[in-house]
Design a protein around this ligand. Sequence first.
Ligand code: ADP
Ligand code: MG
Length: 254
Amino acid sequence: MTDITDGAQAGAEPIIRIEAVDKWFGHFQVLTDINLQVRAGERIVVCGPSGSGKSTLIRCINRLETVQKGRIVVDGIDLTAGGRNVDSVRQEVGMVFQQFNLFPHLTILQNCMLAPMRSRRLSRQDAEAIAMKYLTRVRIPEQAQKYPSQLSGGQQQRVAIARALCMTPKIMLFDEPTSALDPEMVKEVLDTMIGLADDGMTMLCVTHEMGFARSVADRVIFMADGRIVEQAPPQQFFSHPQHEITRNFLGQIL
Ligand code: ADP
Ligand code: MG
């Protein structure tokens, strides 16, 4: 390696570093000794039984949740140090939820313009330009003047992805983005995510779409009872799961 200033090079500081994280909800320990490093441009799929802590883990990465023990550093910002800039991490990390969470009283265009205007202080004109750019990218520019309720679930989820991209995040988190969709709409959302992956976006996706995991993921992480039980490249993960609990899980969903 000749250019050590290039953050995307192998060996560089990971863009996400999670060390020995424990988290409780009251007396209930939801995460136990989580260790995870993600390099810029990596695509991670997180899977595991319901209640295993997948959503909680990725919500910790954009500080929708805080942790009681351990360390989380995202793009050089130590979320666990309690500094004043911790909330700025949300500008670097986009999130897409199972329930699209669009604002129902705003048009598609307004949904996409809101955060860039408020958080990035873009002018209306610049925010509109960037919104149209990403609505075009997810192939629904013609829906810009409609309201969320006028769109199909698949279209709404693509808007949610475009809205997140309008903040030009360095990392995208997806929490079961296709679980609430009718089956015929799953593919259009997965195709949008595959496009993002092809463009080199750093992605953490909680999903049970194992076809997506096989074709896109660099690593599959399996969680159970608040722990990372195993992680491996997809081919190895699916053909040689190491633990009984992983084999049982795969047996149920494949
Ligand atoms: P998953 O996404 O893998 O289904 P979650 O991270 O949503 O799991 O939840 C893990 C566990 O933590 C579950 O038992 C859930 O009931 C519990 N939990 C999640 N959020 C909260 C909360 N805000 N307060 C208390 N318990 C919670
Ligand atoms: Mg969840």
